[in-house]
Structure formats: C-alpha cells, structure tokens
Design a protein around this ligand. Structure first.
Ligand code: HEC
Length: 278
C-alpha cells in the first residue's frame, strides 16, 4: 500500500514536470516584462526572497554603523551604483527602469523592513531572478557595510540635502538665514561628516544670496576643484574630510576682505554651533 502511494506521488510529480516542460516548450508563457507578474507569482517570489535573506544573514554581525564618514562613503557609492535603479530622496528612478519586472522599489520606505545584517546580505549578493546586482568587489565587505550604513540613514536625508551634498546642487539664493551677519561667533562644520570648516571671524555679508566667507578655518579643511558645468569655469569647494560638495569660491571681486576671496557656501552643507570660548 505504502509502495503504491509512493508510485502515485512519483507519477504525479513527473506529470507536473512534463506539463511544465510542455508549457515552456509551447511558448505560450508570456515572458514580456510589460505584463508584470501575477499577484500570486509576485507574492511567492517575495516570500522566497524574504526567507532566503533571513536564513543566509544568520551569523552575520553588524559593526557600528553610525559613523558619519561611513555613511558618506556609502552615499558616494549609492549615487553611482544604485540611484539609477532605485532613485534618490526626492527623485524617482528614470521611467525606463520603472518598466522592469520586478520594478526596483524606491528604497526610502523599504529599509525599515530589513535588519542591518539582511541589508548587508542583499547588497553583497544581489537577488536572483530580479535585476538586483551583487556587489562588484566580493572581498570589500567594508564598502558593503558603508552602503548599509547609508541605507539606514536614507530616510533622514532631505531631498535638498542629498542634492547639494551628493549631486553638487546649489540651494536657492536667499533661502538661508545663515547669510545674514552672525550675532555671535559660530563655528561652521560639514553637515555630512562634522569636520570644522569655517568660523564667524572670516564670514562677511556679500549680499550674494548665500553665506560667504573670505577664508576657511585652514586651507587643508577644503579641497578646491575646477568645475566647468553651467558653461563657465568655476572653482568648486569640497570638504577635505568627506568629499561633500560645499559651494564655490570666487576671487578678485573687490569686496575689500583680507584675501579678496569669496567662499560662497550652501547653508544646507553646514551645521553651526557657538564657538568655544578660547
Ligand atoms: C539594475 C537595477 C538595480 C540596481 C543597479 C540596484 N538594484 Fe537593488 N533592486 C533591484 C531590483 C529589481 C530589486 C528587487 C525588487 C523586488 O524585490 O521585487 C532590488 C532590491 C533591492 C533591495 C531590497 C528591497 C526590498 O525590500 O525588496 C535593496 C535593499 C536594494 N535593492 C539595494 C540596492 C543597492 C544598495 C544598490 C546599489 C549598490 C542597488 N540596489 C542596485 C534593482 C537594482
């Protein structure tokens, strides 16, 4: 009797396999991405993915992930490697990407569904049967952790902050109260990594629409780089510690400051606090 049911089960399995093969052979299966997945297929694939990630992430232990420099390193990789498919804070992925099956999700709302170790595993290994790629440098777990650190912060980054820091955008002129002269001495630091960059002592009122300084705290706090965007040659100012975009520097405008330089800085790139008494 037992043997009989085994044979029956075997025959049924073979029949299903043959039917599956014939269905594939007939070409009736619609492979087009345009029709999307049936709801049940999508559910099944996500069910399999969630369980697989949970199981494979077992035994991984996350290091400390709140170091701002780590977050910024991840952000740099994100802008190049992930934003085209997953979009950025404030911008959806391009319309062609949105026609993929499955569609790469806008990640801002997704992150909370995963533990840091699971995000690490997904980013390191990618996801089969979707276009989610594995991390190209298989032995660079440090880079994958940096990406994980950034993903965990993705929600907190406003679209304007992401645009200025990572895409060298410029905030609207006159949009910042920081442009006005300081009522008391402040120290200004990089919003991304916290490195001290400027002090009130070198800030002046240029009426140009952005906070202006005639010198950074020390020359090595910032990097200057030629910028040929917008059809003009300008000099871009970046944070020397974490490479975030800060603004531009202009020279020889006759403002009568000691250097005759104007570091024109996006206030979004800065945080400030009262200067320590010296
Ligand atoms: C070619 C497009 C593409 C690129 C590039 C890409 N992804 Fe994905 N990603 C996908 C697709 C497709 C999925 C699976 C969507 C699904 O589960 O239905 C996915 C899923 C994910 C998920 C799981 C989201 C969830 O909850 O389902 C994370 C996290 C993720 N990607 C992060 C990244 C990161 C970080 C990068 C950059 C290193 C990246 N992806 C690059 C297409 C892409």
């Amino acid at each position: 009797m037992k043997r009989r049911s085994l044979i029956k089960a075997g025959a049924a399995a073979t029949a299903v396999a043959v039917a599956g093969f014939l269905f594939a052979w007939s070409g009736l299966f619609n492979i087009g991405a345009s029709t999307g997945h049936w709801a049940i297929t999508a559910w099944f694939l996500h069910f399999a993915m969630r369980n697989s990630v949970e199981t494979h992430a077992m035994g991984i232990e996350a290091p400390a992930l709140d170091d701002p420099a780590l977050v910024l390193k991840g952000a740099g990789h994100y802008a190049h490697g992930c934003a085209p498919c997953h979009g950025t804070p404030g911008r959806a992925a391009n319309p062609v990407v949105r026609e993929m099956t499955p569609q790469p999700p806008h990640l801002v709302g997704q992150i909370e569904h995963w533990a840091p170790e699971e995000l690490f595993w997904i980013v390191k290994h990618g996801v089969k049967f979707t276009a989610m790629p594995a991390w190209p440098a298989r032995d660079r777990d440090d880079e994958v952790w940096a990406m994980t650190a950034f993903l965990l912060r993705l929600r907190e980054l406003s679209p304007a902050e992401y645009h200025v820091l990572r895409e060298a955008g410029t905030e609207r002129p006159g949009s910042s109260p920081l442009e006005a002269p300081d009522e008391q001495p402040y120290t200004y630091s990089c919003r991304a990594c916290g490195a001290e960059l400027f002090r009130s002592a070198t800030k002046f009122d240029s009426h140009c629409g952005w906070p202006s300084f005639w010198s950074p705290l020390a020359g090595d706090r910032v990097i200057l780089r030629e910028d040929r965007s917008l059809g003009a040659v300008r000099v871009e100012v970046l944070c020397a510690t974490c490479d975030s975009h800060l603004g531009h520097v202009f020279s020889g405008e006759g403002y009568g400051t000691p250097t005759d330089d104007r570091y024109c800085i996006n206030s979004i790139s800065l945080t400030f606090e009262e200067e320590p008494a010296s």
